[in-house]
Design a binder for this molecule. Structure first.
Ligand code: B3K
Ligand code: ZN
Length: 889
């Protein structure tokens, strides 16, 4: 396999200033005429022009209006005899490609008969020959020609400058993008689509046209996406002074898409899952996801498009920063601190349940990777979510104002350029040379270069005679593939000290004249450092890493009593949740490690009482209660253990849940009645938090009913399922029946399918709920195999494949990890089957066994065999090959 290394970067030997593309769109054979203006980059040694291409049929090459010699090197088109000087020259390349054969959904493809493109990372080369790398930025003019009836809508980046009729019932549209861009931001769409439109005025008084394009019939699901887009435009201008730089901004939805969405300049293409929503078909989570993905893609317009990446190793330059920006956007839309804490908890949960395992497994890589075989394998939670945490730490170290100034400087310096993560960090630091970031910049940048999750150890010592509290913080980081030794990180530690009443103490560090504030920021730069707090009257309880101020694993050394104190009193809502999670985690780990069969009662009265106090708390928000009462995920429990028995972890967590369901039964009933009615549907954080808690209560009541044989609550859940006024309540009721294994679940599932058979995104939920259901005696795998024979199942559609196969292999550990190895057999069959259709999706699935080395026997050996079986196939895609090779290394 060809390994690409970051250290091998060289600037492109040619620049492409302009490209004029003409498409004759046809499903079987689309003709592409590419006219480019190129010139030599005289700053690098002269070399032949080597244009990337993939799955193209080459018809003609014309140089400056005449013939020319060329050769093929693999799939690349190589031209040797080119003008030697820096003068521009014209190249015309005529090719054809076959969109209907394109099942990998990269390049130009068909979705339900309409044309779409996906060019990031390297899809443009599947459309025409080009220098398909992000540091080659060109001006695009695009003409689309197609049948008028089948493809009435013809879209590309920028502004529509001309359109008209052609012979044979065909028509054309010509688009000019006023901004230079790398090829990965090119897009076209052609098909029968309708659009919701909205004109807006931005601060400068300019008018802009916003459009959301969907298939006919989906118009009633576009309002939320449009509102999210408007909110995004307003927010980026208010928070970062970044205006919309286009007259027209379009979002188009397609049901066949490899990931969430794509930020093509002025023409974002979205998975329908992140556009279409109304209260009857979408849940609160869907509404929230749409808001953040619409925001994310819109924010890329500046962070990604105006300033892009020099090379793909810099991917986090745009992705980490843009995730940070979409997190801040959602946070700023929250009405209060509690809703913001809820958002933060949700983001941290993703980081800890997905990124931490990645960072501890065979695919671990730095936020700025050093090498790759297939770049599509590096669109990871490390590059995205950990990358966002790195940007967040920068903001913490320079302050919110300082960060804004740093962003301003970044755009002053680099607008219109393709740059590196170093350039970004430098700009943020340079805006305030006195900041902790500027003082420690080279060391801080280890967050970009070192992989692995750092461990932070804290121990406190109270000296009553001196009225002094000494907190010692130490850090270490485990070895990861290719990196055996790690240097200390710069770790911002936000902390408070609580007194016996639960109040934050004013804090005075040794050497300071005056005490200040409840929360202080300590900056750990050494392997170990002590911080001394003066004037402390009694032993405090430390609340460390408030708001999760750094992406580390903390060993805070606190006793259960101290954690209970934090859970009851911490002024930092994030750490209240965190204390509850740690208490639950300790009990889960203890029960998993214990000898013999899983005991009936892993939870003690103190824990249950604390959970009751949270559930019945008079002032805490419903959303926060739901998060505190949710036990740590099975995968997160697994990460705490050296040897993992997924069946035992599942049994322990299920038992803990049953115990909470039974012990708090009356409280759950109260919570359900109290929170179930929310008036007219609105997806705001307060009412969605209430629905989440009501849904959880219903599930708990159905679980408790299973043990007592009581029919009242399952009956109520079924009634709720039938009567619900919105999808969130309906789906929560359905899920309560399925998760608790109630006999009524069967009938409810059948009804649900009948009700929503024409709503693809709802049918995805129906599949996912069944494939992710709690395993009972190995019943899920046969159900999954059965679901794959359902007439609605379609392996070629990524959303559908994910709803069945990924929900089982990646999100249902107890269903998947079977002692008879049948789950792994199923996995290897699907990886191979998918690889022949869509390597990107197959490679994602291949990662379901990332953590196989931690498994207990017999799982471990069986998993290795399954991976080896996949690896033994000779014609694997580079995508899957890279994943399985690293897994076996
Ligand atoms: N930039 C795209 C991801 C493209 C993935 C290519 N395999 C979506 C996003 O992060 O906004
Ligand atoms: Zn992105």
């Amino acid at each position: 396999a060809m390994v690409i290394r970051r250290e091998d970067y060289t600037p492109p030997p040619f620049w492409i200033d302009r490209i004029e593309l003409t498409f004759d769109l046809d499903p079987t054979k689309t003709r592409v005429l590419n006219k480019m203006s190129l010139r030599r980059n005289t700053e690098v040694p002269a070399q032949p022009l080597r244009l990337d291409g993939e799955d193209l049929n080459l018809a003609r090459v014309v140089l400056n209006g005449g013939g020319c010699s060329f050769k093929m090197d693999g799939e690349a088109l190589v031209l040797g005899n080119l003008p030697e000087g820096p003068e521009p020259f014209e190249l015309e390349i005529f090719t054809t490609c076959s969109p209907e054969k394109n099942t990998q959904l990269s390049g130009l493809y068909l979705s339900q008969g309409d044309f779409f493109t996906q060019c990031e990372a390297e899809g443009f080369r599947r459309i025409t020959y080009f220098l398909d790398r992000p540091d080659v930025m060109a001006s695009y003019t695009v003409t689309l020609r197609a049948d008028k009836d089948k493809y009435p809508v013809l879209l590309s980046n920028g502004n529509l400058v001309e359109q008209g009729e052609l012979a044979d019932n065909r028509h054309f549209a010509k688009w000019v993008d006023p901004h230079r861009k790398p090829s990965y931001l090119f897009a076209l769409v052609a098909g029968r689509l309708i659009s919701r439109e909205q004109r807006i005025l931005t601060r400068s008084g300019k008018e802009h046209l916003l459009q959301v394009y969907v298939r006919p019939g989906d118009m009633d699901k576009t309002e939320h996406a449009m509102n999210s887009l408007i909110a995004s435009v307003v927010w980026d201008e208010a928070r970062f002074g970044l205006p919309l730089d286009l007259e027209r901004f379009m979002i188009v939805a397609t049901s066949d898409f490899n990931m969430g969405a794509m930020e093509n300049k002025g023409l974002n293409i979205f998975n329908t899952k992140y556009v279409l929503a109304n209260s009857a078909t979408a849940t609160d989570t869907d509404f929230a996801n749409i808001e953040s993905v619409v925001g994310h893609e819109y924010f890329h317009n500046w962070t990604g498009n105006r300033i892009t990446c020099r090379d793909w190793f810099q991917l986090s330059l745009k992705e980490g920063l843009t995730v940070f920006r979409d997190q801040e956007f959602s946070m700023d839309l929250c009405a209060d601190a509690s809703a913001r804490a809820v958002k933060r908890i949700e983001d941290v949960r993703v980081l800890r349940t997905m990124q931490f395992p990645e960072d501890a497994g065979p695919m671990a890589h730095p936020v700025r990777p050093d090498q790759y075989v297939e770049i599509n394998n590096f669109y990871t939670v490390t590059v995205y979510e950990k990358g966002a945490e790195v940007v967040r730490m920068m903001q913490t170290l320079v302050g919110r104002e300082g960060f804004r100034q740093g962003m301003d400087l970044y755009f002053q310096r680099h607008d219109g350029q393709a740059v590196t993560c170093d350039d970004f960090a430098q700009a943020i630091a340079d805006a305030d040379p006195d900041s902790a970031l500027a003082r420690h910049l080279p060391q801080f940048k280890r967050w970009y270069s070192q992989s692995g999750t750092p461990r932070l150890q804290a121990s406190g010592r109270y000296d009553a005679a001196e009225r002094r509290y000494t907190l010692t913080l130490s850090q270490s980081c485990p070895a990861t593939p290719g990196q055996s030794e790690k240097q200390p990180f710069v770790i911002p530690v936000a902390l408070g000290l609580l007194d016996a009443q639960g109040q934050d103490l004013a804090l005075r560090l040794q050497g300071e004249a005056q005490a200040s504030g409840g929360t202080r920021l300590l900056v750990l730069t050494q392997a170990s450092e002590s911080f001394v707090f003066e004037d402390i009257d009694a032993e405090p309880v430390p609340s460390l890493l408030r708001g999760f101020s750094a992406p580390v694993i903390v060993d805070n050394g606190l006793t259960d009593d101290q954690l209970l104190h934090l859970l009851a009193h911490d002024s930092d809502a994030f750490n209240r949740w965190e204390a509850g999670q740690q208490l639950a985690l300790r009990r889960a780990v203890q029960a998993v490690r214990a000898e013999g069969s899983v005991g009936a009662a892993p939870l003690d009265e103190a824990f249950i009482g604390a959970m009751r106090a949270v559930l019945c708390h008079p002032t805490l928000d419903a959303a926060l209660k739901e998060l505190v009462l949710t036990l740590p995920a099975e995968t997160y429990i697994a990460e705490q253990l050296d040897v993992v028995d997924p069946q035992r972890i599942h049994a322990v967590r299920e038992t803990m849940r049953e115990q909470l369901a039974g012990a708090l039964q009356a409280d759950w009933a109260w919570a359900y009645e109290q929170h179930k009615d929310n008036g007219a549907y609105r997806p705001d954080p307060v009412s969605s938090g209430r629905r989440a808690l009501a849904g959880m209560a219903l599930t708990m009541l159905c679980i408790a009913a299973r043990d007592t044989g009581d029919a009242v609550w399952p009956g109520k859940a079924y009634q709720r399922f039938k009567d619900a006024g919105n999808m969130t309540d309906r789906f929560n009721a359905l899920s309560a029946l399925v998760v608790s294994g109630q006999p009524l679940a069967r009938d409810a599932l059948a009804r649900f399918h009948a009700m929503f058979q024409d709503e693809a995104l709802v049918i995805d939920k129906w599949f996912a709920l069944q494939a992710g259901a709690p395993d009972r005696g190995g019943n899920v795998l046969p159900a999954v195999r059965q679901l794959m024979t359902h007439p609605d199942f379609n392996l070629k559609n990524p959303n559908r494949a994910r709803s069945v196969i990924f929900s089982f292999c990646s999100a249902n550990p107890a269903g998947f990890h079977r002692s008879d190895a049948a789950g792994y057999v199923f996995w290897s069959e699907r990886v191979l089957e998918l690889d022949a259709i869509n390597p990107q999706v197959a490679a994602r699935l291949a990662r379901a066994l990332d953590r196989w080395k931690k498994l207990a026997e017999p799982y471990r050996s069986a998993a290795r065999e399954a991976i080896a079986r996949v690896a033994a196939k000779s014609d694997l895609s580079a995508d899957v090959r890279e994943v399985v090779t690293r897994a076996l290394a």
